[in-house]
Design a protein. Structure first.
Length: 360
């Protein structure tokens, strides 16, 4: 009778009757719903845990647990090598693992760059990038085996290693304006020396030509060691060179220092003006250096390396030692350093195009 009462509520009443008559079936349905919900939740948690394990494996918690290789594209004893060993030693202290410097010079920096780019992206191979040099190579060589911006992730900028403009002590000039006037007086007669085709030393002089309109002839050498004797002998009129290699000859009286190429003065050479202060507009070559890792290196590793680099560059003894050699120590975070790499690429591409410099 109960099932026949209810008029328009017949369907609802019938359901209620069925629930009363079949409590076990109803309980089973509820249990099944709860089980399915729990199973879905468990699957979601398992998927999240798997993803987390892929992105940040447990091994990262112990990184680093073996020596780290620091690759550079220049030979031992040069300015870049000095910087690499000084920073590497302090990184070793911060990370509690040896940091071993690996010199792989040649092909305008391409050999070391390619070697580092092909390394496993696990944080155990780093590259000390001479960013300006890499940007010039990208702009002047028809092909490169690796690309600093594309094949690496930035860790941190470590500072600038400015070049200086030097001339033979016998040249009758003492300032940059006097040098410009001297060279303009005899177009095509004088040479400028460089560390080699496609080096920063070369492109700095090309930028000097573009900014001043002087007509000087490029004479490339295989490094400063070969260029400086001819410069001191007066066979070349000028050269942009690294501070560690040129400064001893300035102090001996065989070369004359006219200016620093960077945007700000060098602490160890307070008397030397910048090129801008000497009257050459739009000339600021900082020679940027920093640490990068092969593309694909886990973000947690990059962050740990960046923190260690920041702590290393804050050590007073490191700053004092490097600045005495002309290095402008400056920590730059990963994102900002990445933007600076892009800016250097664009800047030197424009200079190379304007100066018509191609190296094949």
């Amino acid at each position: 009778m109960l099932a026949r009462r209810g008029g328009g509520h017949h369907g609802v009443v019938e359901i209620m009757v069925m629930q009363l008559l079949h409590p076990a079936r109803t309980a089973t349905a509820h249990a099944r719903t709860i089980l399915n919900t729990a199973r879905r939740k468990a699957l979601r948690l398992a998927a999240a845990a798997t993803a987390a394990a892929i992105v940040a494996p447990a091994a990262l918690a112990e990184y680093p647990d073996r020596p780290i290789q620091l690759v550079l594209s220049f030979p031992p004893a040069g300015a870049t090598d000095v910087l690499a060993r000084a920073v590497g030693q302090r990184l070793s202290q911060q990370l509690q693992q040896p940091v071993v410097v690996e010199n792989r010079p040649g092909a305008g920096g391409a050999i070391g760059l390619a070697y580092a780019a092909k390394a496993a992206p696990d944080g155990y191979t780093l590259y000390l990038a001479a960013v300006s040099n890499a940007a010039i190579a990208a702009a002047t060589y028809s092909s490169q085996p690796a690309d600093l911006a594309r094949d690496f992730v930035p860790i941190a900028g470590v500072g600038n290693v400015p070049h200086i403009l030097v001339v033979p002590a016998t040249l009758p000039v003492k300032t940059v304006p006097e040098l410009v006037k001297y060279l303009q007086g005899a177009p095509g007669k004088y040479n400028f020396a460089s560390q080699g085709n496609g080096t920063l030393s070369h492109l700095e002089s090309e930028l000097f030509r573009l900014r001043t309109g002087v007509d000087v002839v490029h004479v490339p050498y295989k490094g400063s060691a070969f260029a400086l004797p001819d410069l001191m002998a007066g066979r070349s009129a000028m050269m942009f060179d690294s501070i560690p290699s040129a400064l001893p000859h300035v102090r001996s009286g065989k070369l004359r220092l006219l200016a620093v190429a960077s945007e700000r003065r060098v602490g160890s050479l307070p008397e030397a003006p910048t090129m801008a202060e000497a009257g050459i507009r739009d000339f600021g070559v900082n020679n940027l250096f920093g640490l990068v890792a092969p593309k694909g290196t886990p973000p947690a590793v990059v962050q740990k390396l960046a923190a260690a680099t920041k702590a290393a560059l804050a050590m007073p003894d490191l700053v004092q030692s490097l600045e005495a050699q002309g290095v402008q120590v400056q920590f730059t975070p990963s994102d900002a350093f990445g933007r600076m790499i892009g800016e250097e690429m664009r800047t030197w591409s424009k200079v190379a195009q304007a100066a018509k410099v191609r190296i094949d």
